[in-house]
Design a protein around this ligand. Structure first.
Ligand code: ZN
Length: 126
């Protein structure tokens, strides 16, 4: 599945960073959908906006959807390193996971694989 994903849409990433700002002091979390190899759409998961690092709690609400390639969430601090809970989420659901952190700009996010290892995810203009 990872092989199919070759980039993320620039405007989608900007949208996520804006949503992350709006969600402060909480996290923003969504599922990533890819079309023709580019992550270009979010699938919002209800109930994940409150709480600090609460992404795992809502795992049971995640939809079964084969266009979903992974997850994206924000950290309300300056670290985009995955927490232990994040790593558990990464292992269980999807192949590509993005964490963005303050100040929520084009340099503040990082993509990870299902093992939590940093991966390159090029930004593309659709
Ligand atoms: Zn996290």
């Amino acid at each position: 599945m990872l092989k199919r994903v070759k980039g993320i849409d620039r405007s989608l990433m900007e949208m996520v960073n804006q949503a992350a700002r709006d969600s402060l002091p909480n996290e923003f979390m969504a599922m990533l959908r890819a079309e023709e190899g580019v992550v270009s759409e979010l699938l919002l998961v209800p109930g994940t906006l409150q709480g600090n690092d609460s992404v795992l709690v809502m795992l049971h609400m995640l939809p079964i959807d084969y266009t979903v390639v992974g997850t994206i969430h924000s950290h309300p601090g300056y670290s985009n390193r995955p927490s232990r809970q994040d790593l558990e989420l990464f292992r269980r659901y999807g192949m590509i996971h993005i964490i963005t952190c303050l100040p929520y700009d084009e340099h503040s996010w990082q993509a990870y694989d299902h093992q939590g290892l940093s991966i390159e995810l090029p930004v593309v203009d659709l």
